[in-house]
Design a protein around this ligand. Structure first.
Ligand SMILES: [Zn+2]
Length: 365
């Protein structure tokens, strides 16, 4: 059956999948896309929605070309009376949350299906129906952070070349200044100086080669490359690690660290991949940008637009982002650049609308 029918959904079968089959019929899975799109548009509840919400729903439907649970849930929301009972911004948030292909949306869809799979609810007053959606939005466990934390492969690589070395008598590294060699990595129009100490890397630890650093830099977006003043390829662990080791039993030592003017790559106990390095460089370059633009403390007034965006956008880019607002900025960059230029970018543009607006002002999106 199409969505023009007003038959309320039956009592839930045990899984969201089976429940949706009971609502739409199993044949819906083979239904031509265009027909179903028209059926949604012809639905009375859908037609009663404000134009912006209608457009929002159709856009989210468009993200699910085959007839899938994703499309069924978006379509179902279109005929759920509670949607019209929410303030428009909140209704849009619900649609955006369930209407994508990301980890966040997949989980959010299952969660909403569980909450809507109650035939009594479909006969309840609109205010009661809207309340179910409000509670869904208010519960952050309904929509987990976007990334589980694994480094995503960045687009690229770009053309890369290297110049140097040049002798430097005294170069600041994290533990202190010492003689070094300077290499200039050129990626496209950009030049990133990389300083290598003459001291060998501490025995038993692994450090990237200069070539690996160049290959990782070649994956970085141009707008971010221009914001890295220089990189140090450290021979010793981060001096700040002692504090972290005291406070966190499982802390294995810093990999990359940043301040407002540089990124340091520290030696690690286990060797790291180039993709991991590229992803970490995006995160740390994010710190360089945010520290230099808005100050080292996120309590600084200049951080307010980002703090407001985090509140508005609801979803977190990763679990780690929950630690501090500064981490949220860096993790957002990591999530954003992992999908930029792919179809998933449109989803992030919607889920992180507030954050992306700030990134645009910084010429990073
Ligand atoms: Zn960080």
């Amino acid at each position: 059956m199409g969505l023009t029918g007003q038959r309320p959904p039956e009592r839930p079968a045990l899984t969201p999948r089976a429940w949706l089959d009971s609502v739409f019929g199993k044949k819906a899975n083979q239904q031509p896309y265009a027909d179903e799109f028209e059926a949604v548009k012809a639905n009375a509840q859908f037609k009663a929605l404000p134009a912006a919400l209608q457009a929002n729903l159709l856009e989210e439907l468009g993200r699910h070309a085959p007839w899938t649970q994703g499309r069924q849930m978006v379509a179902l929301l279109g005929r759920y009376g509670g949607l019209a009972g929410l303030p428009q911004a909140k209704a849009q948030q619900v649609i955006n949350l369930i209407g994508g292909t990301t980890r966040t949306s997949t989980h959010a869809r299952d969660e909403l299906a569980k909450r809507l799979a109650d035939s009594a609810l479909w006969k309840a007053a609109p205010a009661v129906q809207a309340d179910v959606l409000s509670k869904f939005l208010e519960d952050p466990t309904s929509y987990p952070p976007l990334s589980a934390g694994a480094p995503a492969k960045l687009p690229g690589p770009q053309q890369v070349s290297m110049e140097g070395p040049v002798e430097v008598a005294s170069q600041p590294f994290r533990p202190g200044a010492e003689p070094a060699l300077r290499y200039d990595v050129r990626v496209g129009m950009h030049r990133v100086p990389v300083f290598v100490p003459k001291t060998p890397v501490r025995a038993g630890l692994h450090q990237h080669t200069l070539m690996q650093v160049a290959q990782a830099l070649a994956q970085l977006p141009s707008g971010l490359l221009s914001r890295i003043p220089f990189i140090t390829l450290e021979a010793k662990p981060n001096p700040g690690d002692d504090y972290w080791k005291l406070n966190f039993a499982n802390f294995k030592g810093s990999y990359l660290t940043a301040d407002a003017s540089s990124v340091a790559i520290h030696p690690t106990e286990e060797p790291q991949s180039i993709d991991a390095l590229a992803s970490a460089l995006v995160h740390e370059a994010g710190h360089v940008v945010s520290y230099s633009e808005w100050g080292l403390s996120a309590a600084d007034e200049r951080w307010k637009p980002w703090r407001d965006a985090v509140t508005k956008d609801v979803v977190l880019p990763s679990a780690y982002a929950a630690n501090r607002v500064g981490e949220d900025f860096s993790e957002t960059l990591r999530a954003y650049y992992a999908v930029r230029g792919t179809p998933a970018q449109a989803e992030l543009d919607v889920l992180f609308a507030g954050r992306v607006a700030v990134l645009k002002q910084l010429a990073l999106a």
